[in-house]
Design a binder for this molecule. Structure first.
Ligand SMILES: [Zn+2]
Length: 431
């Protein structure tokens, strides 16, 4: 039995479609989308008053599996994803062991197929063990299903090694995703270096720590012809560097997180470890530059950098707490509430940067409504009011800087390959 999603406002950013039509799903694929589809044999979903859009794609997620499954595992992480409207996530390779070998990539893919609620696209390491010393077997990893390469958590320190990696990545057709940070410049800092780090007496991470690596990597991408993707851009200087590089035609793309778009280092306030992440929340001028860079297309995609940590790990002195916040279950709500509703960002553009754009950067189909394509869809209620309550998260972790936020707009159904994987409507979920 297929699904007939009736009466929704269908928005498909790649084609520009924004119209009230019905969507028919059969055998897991999109069979039709047009007005007035009649059906007796399909399960009908009443989507009147709802947005129907391509499922969201998060290109930067830490699933912590294998190795740190007390924080998250593939089942809980993908359950969190579908609750947030995501139908595909790309997972970072800084697991234990890291995704530096085809057997680990295959483990992730098989666990995702068995337990996963959404699609999982593995990202493999650039260097063996993520140690920055020896290249991973890039062609083999590409062949085993890796969609990109990254040593996320660290930049590749050795520029010569990264240059060679870019050569292999280019041949394999994979983007290189860099966590741009110079460890010596960060100098064991724990928050943004600025007025607030002085006030709080905490060691600061200067903006230039990110910017020197963004600049270096742009030059290397330009020289090698590799595709560079800058993860979690956080500073005004990085935005300017990426803007200039794009103008000269360098193959560079970039992402920004909802927390960097919406918060500043002031959120660290009372030594709040749920506002500790890397890169850190920056100053107001940086935040403004990120929004501007996102709106003008310098920054391509929104990604959450979903980084779960157990409550007891975060409930320690600020200096000792691990970096990272969860984001899968709040991203859509905070973007709709704080960027779309005030008129800063058009709805279609928000959906595009949360779906088709990240999918395209990773060279994957997805993020578009197409006849015959897998039915990965999200139904969104733009009016639904809700309060962020970490206790209700499907994620195993609770470390969000958005706890208690009053939001308006929410994913109310997530469909992956034609199966209902999450529903906040009176409709049963497919096992
Ligand atoms: Zn990172």
């Amino acid at each position: 039995m297929g699904l007939l999603i009736r009466g929704g406002r269908v928005i498909d950013p790649p084609s520009g479609l924004d119209r009230r039509v019905d969507v028919l799903v059969t055998d897991g694929h999109i069979a039709a989308f047009e007005a007035g589809i009649a059906s007796r044999e399909h399960q009908v979903i009443d989507a009147r008053g709802l947005i129907v859009a391509p499922g969201l794609v998060d290109m930067h997620v830490h699933l912590r599996d294998p190795g740190q499954t007390h924080k998250e595992d593939i089942a809980s992480g993908t359950a969190a994803a579908v609750r947030g409207g995501f139908t595909a996530v790309a997972c970072m390779p800084n697991t234990t062991p890291p995704l530096d070998h085809p057997t680990v990539v295959e483990y992730v893919l098989s666990r995702a197929a068995k337990a996963g609620a959404c699609r999982v696209w593995p990202i493999a390491t650039i260097t063996k063990g993520r140690m920055g010393e020896e290249l991973s077997l890039i062609p083999t990893l590409a062949g085993s299903g890796a969609v990109a390469l990254s040593d996320d958590g660290d930049a590749v320190k050795n520029a010569g090694l990264l240059r060679r990696a870019m050569g292999y990545a280019r041949q394999a057709g994979l983007p290189v995703i860099e966590h741009c940070e110079d460890a010596a410049l960060s100098n064991a800092g724990v928050m943004h270096e600025g007025m607030w780090s002085t006030v709080l007496g905490l060691r600061g991470i200067p903006s230039v720590s990110e910017e020197v690596i963004v600049a270096r990597d742009i030059l290397l991408a330009e020289e090698t012809g590799a595709r560079l993707h800058v993860a979690h851009v956080s500073t005004a200087g990085s935005v300017a560097l990426i803007r200039q590089a794009k103008r000269r035609g360098v193959g560079v793309t970039a992402e920004v997180t909802p927390h960097h778009l919406l918060l500043t280092d002031e959120a660290v306030g009372d030594y709040n470890t749920d506002a500790k992440m890397n890169p850190p929340l920056r100053g107001q001028a940086d935040r403004a530059a990120l929004v501007e860079g996102f709106l003008d297309g310098t920054i391509d995609a929104i990604a959450t950098d979903h980084a779960p940590h157990a409550p007891e790990e975060k409930r320690v002195e600020f200096d000792c707490a691990p970096f990272g916040v969860v984001g899968l279950e709040t991203a859509l709500g905070v973007v709709l509430t704080r960027l779309v509703r005030p008129g800063t960002l058009p709805l279609m553009e928000a959906l595009r940067r949360l779906s088709a754009t990240p999918a395209a950067i990773l060279g994957r189909a997805g993020g578009r409504l197409e006849l015959g394509a897998p039915a990965d869809l999200v139904l969104i209620d733009l009016e639904r009011r809700w309060t962020v309550d970490p206790a209700t998260f499907a994620s195993k972790s609770r470390n969000t800087p958005f706890a208690g936020w009053e939001l308006q707009g929410k994913a109310v159904m997530t469909i992956v390959g034609g199966e209902i994987k999450y529903s906040d409507l009176p409709v049963e979920v497919d096992a």
